[in-house]
Design a protein around this ligand. Structure first.
Ligand code: GTP
Ligand code: MG
Length: 247
């Protein structure tokens, strides 16, 4: 594992998500093999270079070894600050980055009840930016698929919601955000015709649908998975395999 310059053109996976979710803790675990005892609020993005074994289903601990079997692939894992005022780093990396293979949106499943609105608001921004990236391509060539993993972290804590509940809570909240945003648009004088024509480009997912589901993002070539885990307990192999399969 080596720290690398941001100038390499390796494929990359970007870590985004609200403050305190455990993004930097995950980066540290994958880099050093153990999670740091304490992390600081991130203020700038940081990247590390990691290696996966392509055709072997190795755990992350086995995979980072230099002598791991099978074909190897290197990639950059990019950690971004979750603070609301520093999200431009994350948003820029989603839109501009060449070779972006996947996005890991990490959240704290143990405090999701309290942080649902804030977490879903950020997720809405992320998914909308990706949706626009796909829908703004004017050629007939289908843009390549973008994969998003919602990593529901901190499953070691007893208050942590299981992935199924994280999913349904987020879907309900994203649906509420979508509805209130479209009302805001109407109130701000955007003609109802524009909205009916599907020109409301703040609308996430299937246009006009009553309920939001992550499955609606497939229309925009976005695949969303939700998987639980715990950085503290080093239960990150399902996330690791998700990443490996996207490279
Ligand atoms: P920002 O840099 O502010 O965006 O936050 P971050 O997502 O990088 O969070 P960070 O990695 O700094 O972790 C925040 C806190 O959560 C730290 O105190 C970690 O030790 C703790 N933490 C991370 N993962 C876990 C986990 O799986 N379980 C528990 N219980 N705590 C965790
Ligand atoms: Mg951080």
């Amino acid at each position: 594992v080596t720290r690398s310059t941001p100038y390499t053109n390796l494929p990359s996976v970007v870590l985004v998500g609200p403050p305190g979710a455990g993004k930097t803790a995950l980066l540290t675990l994958l880099e050093r093999g153990d999670a740091a005892l304490s992390t600081h609020t991130s203020q700038v993005p940081q990247s590390i270079e990691l290696t996966v074994s392509v055709d072997q289903h190795l755990s992350f601990r086995e995979a980072v070894k230099d002598d791991a079997p099978g074909e190897h692939k290197k990639f950059l894992l990019v950690d971004t600050p979750g603070h609301g005022k520093l999200r431009n780093f994350a948003m820029d990396s989603l839109v501009a980055r060449e070779g972006l293979k996947g996005i890991v949106f990490m959240l704290d499943a143990a405090t999701l009840d309290e942080n649902l609105a804030a977490t879903a608001n950020y997720l809405y921004e992320v998914l909308l930016a990706l949706q626009k990236r796909v829908s703004s391509v004017k050629t007939s060539k289908t843009p390549s698929a973008i994969n998003v993993l919602i990593a529901a972290n901190k499953s070691d804590l007893f208050t942590a919601l299981p992935a199924t509940l994280v999913k349904s809570n987020l879907e309900a909240e994203l649906g509420r955000i979508r509805k209130s945003r479209s009302k805001g648009l109407l109130a701000s004088g955007v003609g109802i015709d524009d909205v009916d024509n599907g020109e409301n480009d703040d609308w996430l997912g299937e246009y006009g649908s009553e309920k939001f589901t992550f499955g609606q993002m497939q229309e925009f070539n976005l695949e969303v998975d939700i998987v639980g885990g715990s950085v503290t307990e080093a239960k990150v192999d399902k996330w690791w395999h998700w990443v490996s399969e996207r490279l």
